[in-house]
Write a new protein. Structure first.
Length: 409
């Protein structure tokens, strides 16, 4: 009996020594598997980011490797926990590889890190004779760069437009329109929007402030602001709008700001494009009186100005024609002194012209008495301080009056 017990103990000791030796040799001979960890951002909202974690493991050994309770804990640069996920357990056959994939959501509290520290923990080991398992703990940290800021925090699509409207004596009303498209899956906010307006000659003519506004995700909006800019802008060829502001976004729980700068140019319209009704309503009359030098024509030009600003009439020229059937002949021409066209009133501009008597006698092919007179007025209209001018022209027909004048009495 005692001999049998001793024999069993000896055999057990030999087996234990053999198994221990095998385990020691296996562990010593085991090559640590090749691993590759990738982190891919698949979706971002204002509160969090969804990541796909892929762990690729290659077993270079001639025997299977066991993975047990593999998990990944992600930390930001500031050692703030960002996410956790479990990849479970499994076996990797000899000389083969296996891919672990999982999706997790991370959230950052104050700052957005440039990289994530992903710590892989668990156990790796071998299975001896299908009976005894020998495992070693693993603790591996992988730093993964995050390019979320570079790839997503770009300025949204913005288009600038400008419209000129009402003209006053020293200013012109200007409306700036900002068309903005937010293509991102999170809201953004525009603040401190201000535009300086500069002509192509480098002259600053004013500025526009636009109230800030939140732009929801995947939407387009138009923001506008109105102000008065110097009337002198109408003498320029183009106007440059220099927009500045602050763009604020919230990504994965972190609020980030970007400086917005944008410039856009537009062509300056002409004055007549801005005035809905030009000051051309009025009348042109003449009072004829005989004198020693000829027939004096006292011309009175009345102009109705519906606008709330005054105009200057310059280079006022009058032509008087004799009309016979379809032909006409110039009798005389002259000028009227420059004048101010007062706002929202009727202004009279007057001048005197003399038609020499020799011009009154009919020429070959003309009737003794002409059919009528054609009186044409031409002038340049402008606003004080501007170089732009409006051309004003009018022609009226009058009865031929000279046979009623007592020229030789």
């Amino acid at each position: 009996m005692n001999k049998t017990i001793v024999t069993i103990l000896v055999v057990a000791t030999i087996i234990n020594i053999g198994v221990g030796t095998v385990l020691f040799l296996d562990i010593r001979a085991m090559d640590f598997p090749d691993t590759l960890l990738t982190v891919e951002i698949v979706d971002v909202t204002a509160d969090d980011a969804r990541l796909t974690i892929t762990l690729w493991v290659n077993n270079p050994n001639s025997f299977p490797l066991l993975f047990h309770n593999v998990s990944i804990k992600m930390m930001s640069e500031t050692t703030t926990p960002a996410g956790y996920l479990s990849l479970g357990s499994g076996e990797i056959p000899a000389s083969e590889n296996k891919t672990f994939t999982a999706t997790t959501t991370i959230h950052f509290s104050s700052t957005f890190p440039d990289e994530l520290s992903s710590t892989i923990t668990g156990a790796i080991g071998v299975d001896v004779l299908g009976i005894i398992r020998k495992t070693l703990p693993i603790h591996l940290t992988v730093r993964t760069p995050l390019t979320l800021v570079e790839t997503l925090l770009t300025l949204p699509s913005i288009e600038l437009q400008g419209n000129f409207s009402t003209i006053t004596q020293n200013y012109v009303d200007f409306t700036e329109i900002i068309n903005i498209t937010n293509p991102y899956p999170f809201d953004l906010t525009l603040d401190d929007l201000s535009t300086t307006l500069m002509t192509n000659t480098g002259q600053s003519v004013g500025s526009i402030s636009i109230p800030g506004q939140a732009i929801p995700a995947h939407t387009s909006h138009s923001l506008s602001g109105t102000g008065k800019i110097l009337l002198k802008v109408l003498d320029a060829a183009s106007l440059t709008m220099n927009l500045t502001g602050i763009v604020t976004v919230k990504i994965a729980g972190v609020e980030k700001t970007m400086t917005l700068t944008l410039a856009s140019s537009l062509t300056i319209p002409q004055i007549d494009d801005l005035l809905s009704t030009l000051p051309t309503e009025g009348s042109l009359t003449g009072k004829y009186t005989p004198t020693l030098r000829g027939v004096q024509d006292h011309i009175i030009c009345t102009i109705v100005n519906p606008h709330n600003l005054s105009f200057i009439a310059r280079n006022i020229t009058v032509f008087i024609y004799r009309v016979d059937r379809d032909t006409q002949r110039l009798l005389c021409n002259g000028t009227i002194p420059d004048g101010i066209i007062t706002p929202q009133a009727t202004t009279s501009l007057e001048g005197v012209m003399v038609i020499p008597y020799r011009q009154l006698f009919p020429r070959r092919g003309e009737r003794l008495l002409a059919d009528r007179l054609a009186v044409t007025l031409r002038a340049n209209i402008t606003i004080d301080g501007l170089n732009q001018t409006l051309w004003l022209g009018a022609t009226v027909y009058q009865d031929y009056p000279f046979h009623r004048l007592k020229i030789f009495s």
